[in-house]
Design a binder for this molecule. Sequence first.
Ligand code: HEC
Length: 492
Amino acid sequence: MNLITRSYNTAPSRRRARARHLAAALLLAACSGSTEETETAASATDGDESTGTSDASSDASAGSSTSSGDETATSSTSETTGEPTEDAAITYHRDVRPVLAQRCLQCHADGKIAPFPLTTYDEVFELRELVALTVLNRQMPPWLAAPDCNNYEGDPTLPQETIDMIEAWVADGAPEGDPGDFVEPPAPPSEELPRVDVELTIPEPYTPQGTTDDYRCFILDWPEQGDAYVTGFRAVPGAIEEVHHAIAFAIPPSKLPEYEALDAASPGSGYECFGGPGGEINDPEDAGIWLGVWVPGAAPALYPEGTGLRIEPGSKVVLQLHYNIPPGGAVPDTSTVQFRIEPTVAREAFMMLWADIAWLQGDMQIPAGAPSTTHVWEFDPTSIMSFLTDIIPSNVPIELHSAAHHMHTLGVRGQHSIRRAVGDDTCLLDIPRWDFNWQGSFKFSQPITFYPTDRLRLECEYDNSGGAGDVNWGDGTSDEMCLGVYYVTEVE
Ligand code: HEC
């Protein structure tokens, strides 16, 4: 795509261009980059602690202090087995299993996305060191947002007490305990939409191609005859072990022929779409409306009450699927995408894409060999709002409901905040350890108001120490991006 190098001549079109560039940026960003494993930050622990020789009394104190106040680990230190020293020992069935049931098994079970199950004592025992390590360094459950910045719906972050408890359990030799001690924890958040109004399935089974990754787009008919507002979205992968993420775009009727041509020119079902919903389409305006991203194990995207993203009648949905081909080889997939819709909403929402226009024009250098390069941008989006969208005027307060961060594989850290004209700054999203494979959208527990003259600040850090060449903005696997994506409405 040559979106980045397009030049604009007149002032008004420059303004439009900004909006278009921002729109383009997301599309380019949507699913590009390689899925090369990000390095595990394992340095914090050096743990061959299972061979440690902690005595019963220190175990007991670890057990009793760690299980209190933890919503996921059941505390039942009162039960005795006749052996006073075992009284408070941490066991699999009583302490660890409820945590895994609530925070791990939606992925670590047969037929789910994770590469191995953690459903039985033997399975967990076998991997206990790795389990302790990944919870300790907060690699699992996958959730990129740091805890001390903002509050999010569906945040699966384990409390520190639970992490300490799992570590102590492993250090104590990972005892099984009594199956009768297991107490079923509250269910994890449902992966289902509360209501499904539209369900679209890819036209025929598709077997991913290549050896590692395949990015494929499918055009699906949008059946609604009138205006419809999408208020919730979810992908239902056919072959769950190979669908790593899904993004849905709504394409308005005027833009459809270009997409249909892409589909027609490509043999088999769908077409390749590495950067966005369409390979060679040059006008970012053609790219449609970004409806949502789905990642495995996550709750569905449910937009805030009374808000939604409008889809014009006659539109179609482009579903982009990122297939991560399993070691055993690709299998045919028949994925489905589900929507909850409403005929009207109180407030129409808009997906705002945020990046410095200068970056898109080539001013985002990440020099070869540099271990740390940081790019920062801050600006007031309300001052240009009417250029970004038709639905919100400029210079009025807006509400931000969610934030998503996007970089490719050199990205190591990202931060989003509001620099207040009056009062303390507001942290929106802090990603201390970026992982391309687990990007998602973070829905704020409470909408955050942004006032005209505040500034929306975006920061991205990269590590190009191993790189042979300089890197800049672009949609290829060897290019980089720094993008914020926000679900925005007017203030109620
Ligand atoms: C949203 C799905 C999901 C959830 C929830 C999840 N995992 Fe994982 N886990 C994965 C996937 C997928 C992998 C494979 C590596 C990757 O893609 O990051 C993985 C890898 C792992 C690994 C191997 C890491 C490595 O470096 O090889 C361990 C251990 C693990 N998970 C433990 C857990 C534990 C313990 C929990 C709960 C506290 C948990 N996971 C929750 C999806 C999940």
